[in-house]
Design a protein around this ligand. Sequence first.
Ligand SMILES: NC(=O)c1ccc[n+]([C@@H]2O[C@H](COP(=O)([O-])OP(=O)(O)OC[C@H]3O[C@@H](n4cnc5c(N)ncnc54)[C@H](OP(=O)(O)O)[C@@H]3O)[C@@H](O)[C@H]2O)c1
Length: 219
Amino acid sequence: MKYGIVTGSSRGIGLATVELLTKDLEFNVIGSSTSGNNPLDNSNFKCLELDLSSSDSIDKFVENLGDIKLDFLINNAGVLLEKWDASEINMEQLKKTFNINVFGTIELTEKLLPLFTPNAHVINITSDWGSFSEQNFDAFQPHYKMSKAALNMYTKLLAKRLEDRNIIVSSLDPGWTQTDMGGKIAPRLPKDVAIDILNLLNNDVESGRFWHQGKVREW
Ligand SMILES: NC(=O)c1ccc[n+]([C@@H]2O[C@H](COP(=O)([O-])OP(=O)(O)OC[C@H]3O[C@@H](n4cnc5c(N)ncnc54)[C@H](OP(=O)(O)O)[C@@H]3O)[C@@H](O)[C@H]2O)c1
């Protein structure tokens, strides 16, 4: 049996991921949403309330996990608060974005570290928009892009730190995907990304890498 967490499992990529993982009864998955509700109703799945912008909520989430060991953590929950054509810095939005995509995600991960089994896998869902090597770079969505770039650096740092425990830490760029965040005309479907995540979990991969559709990509 493999035990793990997928944050932000109520919609989009997170929902498709818990649907795919829990088809296999070898997986026992805890998901999260800000309300605690989830459309998925499987015996090997439960959803807990989690608001990554609140330390109290993170503490309660970890407390509610009880006495378990974790084989994986998929840090999928995230927000994109700015409009598609926004390039100006809005300090309130920047702080809100970092509170969820960076500070809350890191705080949760750090509080879960004692629960990880040897060979556990942490996958941070970041983005090509958090990449320094992106060819089609533009000035839009600055808060989101900076937050995903920061999370990519956390992947590299944590991978180094956890080398001795044999814990794998990866970033995954899903590509533009049809969700509430990605909109309706995106080329990828949430279930395509769920397959990428499952493959990454099932493979014995090198730690501290940035993945896209099964291949290592440039940071
Ligand atoms: N879609 C794309 O094109 C795309 C591309 C690159 C990267 N990504 C990344 O992929 C991940 C999933 O994106 P998505 O497109 O599936 O997004 P989505 O459909 O908007 O779903 C976002 C998920 O995050 C949760 N969430 C939002 N605010 C939260 C908070 N304060 N605390 C905890 N959870 C919170 C939501 O829970 P509630 O339902 O309770 O609000 C929901 O489950 C994100 O990290 C995103 O940045 C997406």
